[in-house]
Ligand binder design. Sequence first.
Ligand code: RP5
Length: 169
Amino acid sequence: MTRAAKASPLIGIVMGSDSDWPTLQAAAWILGDFAVPYEARVVSAHRTPDLMFEYAATARERGLRAIIAGAGGAAHLPGMLAAKTPLPVLGVPVQSKALAGQDSLLSIVQMPRGIPVATFAIGEAGAANAALFAVALLAAGDAALAARLDAFRRTQTEKVLAMKLALPQ
Ligand code: RP5
């Protein structure tokens, strides 16, 4: 376990099944890189509804500042967590087998007015971006973290500027 995963967590990463972990791991890697303490747990809206309620209802008092929630199929987890916590919930649609994650995306994004869920792209890119969004939320009150986010973005820019294309001979 990384140092960021051991310290008192600021970000909760939850998912409906361990089969979602290969996707949600992309969020954990980013938070680890930024040294943001997080926890990662399986909490299913459909199969452990009481645990889901308890997780959401106690998240703020446990010190979490945001929850990244990933699920696939009829993906109620992010919306139901948001219904039970005032913390920002960042929803990650996991790519499902039947509908390639379109079902997950639409289930998460179409929240009725009043209970928002910030919805990210399907799959690993969405998980990574949800973590970067969480970093940005925390960075608003943490100058050192803001500097790390600036550095990350500078590095990304430099990598793109250095890209060379092999032209056909
Ligand atoms: C959802 O059902 C999970 O989020 C997962 O994406 C999907 C399939 O779950 P498993 O059958 O792999 O456990 O609740």
